[in-house]
Design a protein around this ligand. Structure first.
Ligand code: ZN
Length: 433
């Protein structure tokens, strides 16, 4: 950090000054270079952006905007300046496309190196990167960060679990990067093969993201893989992984605020949520060149705090993602978040951290919520009585948290399909209105 101040520990006033300066330059740039924003910002003069309060008057960008401008309509630079293109798979239709200039790639490497450093990773580490390599930003993003940091990087990507276990042991990886669900697949496979993780693997830290996970899942991951689990947050529209990461305090994820300006809003009214209230997370990319976004609606629900952190970083911290504004299920008129069900289930001893939520419309047109849970092999071995007991306890726990009736079905151990990437935890079979 020779000469320049560390952006992660800037005093809030200097940080705010830097953000405002970058925001003004961003508004000027996109109003000039991106037709969509030129139209949106026609009533805004760059000089109007004279304080952070002015942000609230600027228009939002939605996921739909990216689809409407598919593939390159939101690019702010000529195509010859773009050196990388990623795309995230949409569940329907065209993917969401993002681009990077050379400077954007350097920025990505820097914020990802910060991410790994937050977990104490240095050039002495061996990083086993099991995020998928390809159009998805997870694999290449983590790989780029680990190389920028100078760690020995293994781009193992996803799949072939037996080979992954062999490489984890033989290469002596100290850092695991993967989705939390795939980390559990690795742990389970190791247990199945009789590999003692504590004596044969050297894992020290893990960076788990791309799907939300709970504190109960942290205990599973740490206990079974013998590492310290760090939650990371990112999305391809903003840059990919590298937007925010936990520090060693594990009390929220520090946002790389000098580049990604966060807000929390009420998703209904669009108004800013005061204090550390819960709402939808919105990002403005302050420095990206190829595809800058103004007030992008992530649809992730979080709380935000700007209280100082014991680690010394001064950047705002977001809570774990509490749910997505669009993955909330409404069952019999009640809001149900899959994360609530996960929290409830993992609090029941004897339940394996694998589950599947099914929602159907019954014959009487009432919504039926069913949750498939797996017993641990030990409970299964104890026979029917133990399984019935498990079913009863899990049902009580889930119903008391949700406040509605839920059917719990205990399936066989290892029956629920394992994912190599993001786990699909919800199947909603109701007809869409
Ligand atoms: Zn901290």
């Amino acid at each position: 950090m020779s000469g320049t101040a560390n952006p992660e520990t800037l005093d809030r006033e200097s940080l705010a000054r830097l953000q405002l300066e970058r925001l003004r330059s961003l508004v000027r740039r996109i109003a000039r270079d991106v037709p969509f924003y030129r139209e949106q910002l026609s009533a805004v003069a760059p000089d109007d952006v004279d304080s952070m309060d002015a942000l609230a008057k600027l228009p939002f960008t939605h996921k739909k905007t990216l689809r409407d401008n598919y593939p390159f309509g939101l690019f702010a630079v000529p195509r010859k300046q773009v050196v990388r293109i990623h795309a995230s798979s949409g569940t329907t239709g065209k993917p969401t496309v993002v681009g990077y200039t050379r400077a954007d790639m350097a920025l990505w490497g820097e914020v990802m190196a910060r991410t790994l450093r937050a977990g104490g990773v240095t050039e002495d580490d061996v990083v086993h990167n099991a995020y998928g390599y390809g159009l998805f930003t997870g694999g290449l993003g983590f790989g780029h960060g680990a190389e920028t940091l100078g760690a020995a990087t293994i781009p193992v990507s996803s799949g072939n679990t037996a080979r992954q276990l062999m490489l984890l042991e033989d290469f002596g990886a100290t850092v695991l990067c993967s989705t939390p669900s795939y980390a559990l697949v690795l742990a389970e496979a190791a247990e199945h093969e009789g590999i003692d993780v504590a004596s044969r693997l050297r894992l020290r830290v893990g960076f788990f993201g791309a799907e939300p996970w709970t504190e109960a899942m942290r205990e599973e991951l740490e206990g079974r893989l013998g590492l310290e689990a760090y939650d990371i947050y990112g999305l391809s529209e903003v840059i990919g992984p590298g937007v925010a990461v936990e520090c060693g305090e594990h009390r929220g994820l520090h946002i790389q605020e000098d580049h990604f300006l966060p807000e929390v809003i009420d998703p209904e009214t669009g108004k800013s949520i005061p204090g550390d209230g819960e709402g939808e997370l919105v990002f403005t990319t302050l420095t990206k060149e190829a595809m800058p976004l103004l007030r992008y609606r992530t649809r992730d629900r979080v709380r935000l705090t700007r209280e100082p952190c014991a680690c010394g970083r001064t950047t705002a911290r977001m809570s774990k993602v509490l749910g997505r504004t669009d993955d909330m299920l409404i069952v019999r008129g009640v809001n149900v978040f899959p994360s609530q069900i996960e929290e409830a289930l993992l609090g029941v001893s004897g339940v394996a951290p694998q589950y599947l939520i099914l929602v159907e419309r019954g014959k009487d047109q009432m919504d039926e919520l069913e949750v498939l849970v797996e017993p641990t092999p030990e409970i299964e071995a104890r026979g029917d009585f133990a399984l019935k007991e498990l079913q009863r306890t899990a049902q009580e726990k889930v119903e008391s948290i949700l406040g509605i009736r839920a059917r719990i079905r205990v399936v066989r151990s290892r029956e629920i399909e394992r994912s190599q990437g993001k786990a699909a935890r919800v199947i909603d079979r109701r007809e869409k209105p």
